[in-house]
Design a binder for this molecule. Structure first.
Ligand code: ADP
Ligand code: MG
Length: 483
């Protein structure tokens, strides 16, 4: 347990998260407009999204399916009966004057997620509910000096709100929770988890208490769009609350915003100013009634989930926990690794892929799927290493050239004469020359300076431009010098 040290003793942080995840549907929740990212403003808006009078919403079946699959993936109860409600408030980018959401009867009820902590530890976080709702449009304040423009492309985009119980106890656990949740959503295919684009955003409810006592009053920090900001905001907010309580003040329940430039949270509105949304069932939409056969057929169609893949990587591929975890957590990494590892040495592939491919993506700020070398092409490079034709270090250089030129591993190795020298006859000749010209070093070795072997290996590498097979060189050296 990670406690905060206060002037008057220890404090425990209590956190509950509300995550908004944009569903991966092609069209909006109640209209046929596209949800494609990056379009010109107001080009993906139907009359429904612009809320013209008399327009009627039609529920997107795909969105329902993705929400149910997500619920099943977190072992949640799927509610066969759910209801869409109007959440009423005025905002310039909300042309309806209300958001269609689910209030008392959400589509998914209670579930749970197992999160992974440092040192191989795990913890279960309970999920309260998942409900479906539409996103609002976007106000653009930076397009003209005296005007605010409104872009309705986002208006009506389908979101899932995933609400956790207050089971999280530190910023690190909150981060682990979001990482795990994002991973599950990616595997299910219900959200791409892209936080930079705002497709996954997080509200953090934070309170502090003496260990084991009743929950304290919470503050809600809105709209955290990176895991780093989530952690910073929680740590700042918990410390702020401890300082307030210890100086005799009371926490007032309120909504706060995180200022990522200053690293502080600031009050946005208090509970008294909180909206009264006057929820009521949307008369334009029938309640959503799902048949149990439909739910069961979706259960059968669930893909392999991160926990199952992790187990398989550890048990079948014999990968160590931390390596398996890295490969599994981001679905794109697993998608790259798996086809390469098929019928190859999984340990070799995992270490090569992590260094070359993931390293390259990281250095060039690319998604793994944008790395210009495809898994099949990369497999050829792994085969050259397995066959002893190139060593791992040369392979990394070849990989970069593959990425930059689009050439195959084999052709680069041939063109540049990079093939590793494993032929002991050839290496013996080189060694004999070196030994003949290094009497002093030979004497030192005979007198017990074993470290000097490294010097000999270095000489061979220099002569062969790094292409000698180091295992063969070491074996030969020992044989020759021990004579
Ligand atoms: P509201 O209806 O005001 O949104 P909820 O009861 O739905 O309130 O809770 C919203 C979120 O706040 C949930 O994620 C829940 O886990 C979390 N939460 C509730 N009480 C606390 C608390 N004392 N400290 C931290 N988080 C809390
Ligand atoms: Mg809430």
């Amino acid at each position: 347990m990670s406690l905060i040290k206060g002037r008057t003793g220890d404090w425990e942080i209590v956190i509950g998260l509300e995550v908004h995840a944009q569903l991966s549907t092609a069209s909006k929740l109640f209209s046929g407009a596209s949800t494609e990212f990056g379009a010109e403003p107001n080009t993906q808006v139907t009359l429904v999204d612009a809320a013209l009078p008399g327009m009627l919403p039609v529920l997107n079946k795909e969105a329902v399916e993705q929400a149910v699959l997500t619920g099943l993936a977190i072992n949640a109860n799927i509610n066969e009966h759910s209801v869409f409600d109007r959440k009423n408030y005025f905002y310039p980018d909300l042309p309806q004057g209300y958001q269609i959401s689910q209030f008392s009867d959400p589509i998914v009820g209670s579930g749970e997620i197992e999160i992974e902590l440092d040192g191989g530890l795990t913890r279960t976080v309970r999920i309260t509910r998942i409900h479906l709702e539409q996103d609002a449009g976007k106000s653009l304040h930076d397009q003209a000096p005296n005007h605010t423009y409104v872009d309705l492309n986002r208006s009506g985009v389908p979101l899932m709100e995933i609400v956790s119980e207050p089971d999280i106890r530190s910023a690190a656990e909150a981060a682990a929770y979001v990482v795990k949740l994002r991973s599950i959503l990616q595997y299910v295919g219900s959200c791409d988890g892209n936080m930079e684009r705002g497709n996954l955003r997080c509200d953090a409810n934070v309170s502090v208490r003496r260990p084991g006592e009743e929950y304290g009053t919470r503050c809600e920090i809105k709209n955290l769009n990176s895991i780093r900001f989530l952690q910073q905001a929680i740590d700042y907010e918990a410390r702020r609350q401890v300082d307030l309580i210890e100086s005799g003040e009371k926490i007032v329940q309120e909504t706060r915003l995180f200022d990522s430039n200053k690293g502080v949270t600031r009050s946005m509105r208090s509970k008294e100013e909180a909206h009264d949304y006057r929820y009521f069932p949307d008369p334009d939409l029938m309640p959503l009634d799902l048949e149990s056969d439909y739910i069961e057929s979706l259960r059968l169609s669930l893909p392999e989930l991160p926990d199952q893949k992790l187990e398989r990587f550890i048990n079948d591929l014999k990968l160590p926990l931390d390596v398996a975890k890295e490969l599994v957590t981001e679905k794109e990494k697993a998608d790259y690794f798996e086809p390469v590892a098929l019928r190859r040495d999984a340990k070799l592939v995992s270490s090569m892929v992590r260094k070359d491919v993931f390293g390259y993506a990281n250095n060039h700020s690319l998604e793994i799927s944008e790395v210009p070398v495809l898994p099949d092409q990369y497999g050829e490079l792994v085969d050259l290493v397995s066959a002893g034709d190139v060593n791992a270090r040369t392979a990394s250089e070849v990989f970069v050239e593959m990425a930059e030129t689009g050439k195959s591993a084999k052709s680069i190795v041939e063109e540049r004469g990079l093939k590793q020298v494993s032929d002991s006859g050839e290496l013996e000749k080189i060694l004999d020359d070196i030994i003949a010209g290094s009497e002093e070093q030979v004497v030192q070795f005979k007198n017990g300076n074993e470290k000097i072997i490294g010097w000999f290996v270095g000489q061979v590498m220099q002569k062969t431009k790094g292409q000698a097979n180091p295992t063969v060189v070491n074996d030969l050296l020992k044989k020759k010098l021990d004579k």
